[in-house]
Design a protein around this ligand. Sequence first.
Ligand code: PTT
Length: 612
Amino acid sequence: MFGWGGRILRIDLSRKKFIVQQLDPSLAQNYIGGRGFAVKTLWDELPPGIDPLSPLNKLILAVGPLTALPIPNSGKLLVAAKSPLTSGYGDGNVGTWLAVHMRKAGLDMIIIEGKAERPTYLYIENRGDEFRVDFNSAEDLWGLDTFTTEDKLKRVHGSDVGMVLIGPAGERLVRFATIVAQKGRSGGRPGMGAVMGSKNLKAVVMRGHGDIKVADPVLRKIGVDAIVATKSKPNYPFWMRQGTTSTVEWAQEASVLPTYNYTEGQFDEYEKIGGFSVERSKVMTRSCPQCVMACGHVVKDAEGELAELDYENIAMLGSNLGIGDLAKVAHLNRIADMMGMDTISLGSTLGFAMEASEKGLLKERIEWGDYKRAAEVAMDIALQRTKLGRLLGRGVRAASMELGPEATEFAMHVKGLEVSAYDCHAAPGMALAFSTSPIGAHHKDAWLISWEVQRGRFDYTREKVEKLIEMQDIRGGLFETIVTCRFPWVEVGLELDWYFRLFKAATGMDMNMEILSTINNRIYTLIRAFWIREYGHWDRAYDTPPAKWFKRPLSKGPLKGAKLDHDGYQRMLSWYYELRGWDERGIPRKDTLRRLGLEFVIPQLETKVNLN
Ligand code: PTT
């Protein structure tokens, strides 16, 4: 089998044991890698209904057949587990040298089980088929921020290792704690860092040895040509100047820049935090391994320290909180990176707290634009040191339920995952994208918004739903399974055909849109089955965007008065279900399950819901 390493490393923290297992070739054929491997493993191996923070949860680190190859932007790792934030399926995609070392060692997946008795970090190394896994004490690392931890581990193991780690937020089980790498790569928004923390696992460090075997050596030439093609795209030079941060100006123009906890779509001070401001302030860029499109723009923060910015971070910690100062936004970003928290969920919970405080639903004061207070509350959350920090550290869904029905009206989440940085008062397609994303309200599976802004943003059409599914199939089905960065395709327009050719050269297997669509339908439907099994029931309400976008129209700007239409949205949701082969409740039909080779989920699902 070419393209895949063919090995799975299974590590039991409770018993300090590990085994190397063979990858079942049918798993590769039917699920490709990354997210596909993760959900199949979680479905097969997790006892239904477990507490995500219990030792029974499993942390999956998975690569794909194109990870770490000499092709554009291939140093990525899929991290997944049952989410402590949403209680459903959770994953994220983090850039890290660990992915490269896994590939060198021939590992497709590392499955981490159980719970270490004391704080531990893992050191993994291979010589051919022989693996060594050390269960090292992390007592002296526990409590340290991610930057210091990385420096310390590199002093012990050398700077050429790959690693992922958590900060104090993960240790203290903040539900949106992430897994961090390379001082600024952060992945696993739905609390993958808390899952690591619950296992007393501070870091995974690895040095892999070996070559990645591919089916056809022509891969190297196609890879080099693809890199040249990426760099030759007309908007490549502008991308290198501003990366994702130019989205601030675009979002302002389109009235989709989240402002004051998604109350408005425009922010008066947007220029101060926009792409041009970042370009002027930039001191360096940071990137994932094997990247030709560095997206981490590093600026000096309000305390003179280096901090990395992307669009999502700026919007959620800037306009969404009413903070129009790049250095201050960067400081909040630095806190999130050092403590190991997701910036999107942090910005959303802080925005929620500001609105709750304004409405008198919170005793504690936290005002719009007050960066010092925002930084203090961010640390309260990370360290779980105050009542407010403990409330917000559970995410906006849990916090709003505690504050009462009025608060749930402005809690910006879907299925418990805080919404990423696009206001959808006038973007029903993007609202549907958030609501049908397999992990909750993340934009990564379908960034429909720029397409719909051009094509008729007030329409509730079937064409939009079809486009959404096509995007999910490409982003979810391709980039989350081959596990490389999607930016060459999405940001500078590298044609998909490059990836199909690279896939063929790596694995010897064909790939095209039709195959991709079948595989992604299988993965999406299995993920949906996982959510239903874990929740024990299902209905359309779980696939519905936050109430604010329906009930509270934009109050200013060119789209003043805009809000989502309930009936139009429900129509689109029904089309979505129909196209995926799910019934009117959003539950996969039996014939769909059989057609996709997922009949094995039927007995368990039938104990929870009636299947059509
Ligand atoms: C992703 C989410 C994003 S999406 C951003 S900015 W983006 C935020 N970045 C954070 C950060 O930084 N620090 C922090 N403490 N928390 C953060 N949370 C937010 O996390 C990321 C890049 C980006 S930057 C994007 S869009 C693309 N995402 C990809 C993806 O999802 N899949 C894929 N195959 N390729 C992708 N390429 C791009 O990678 P999550 P990263 Mg992240 C400072 O992982 O959980 O999906 O959250 O992984 O290595 O940082 O790369 O405008």
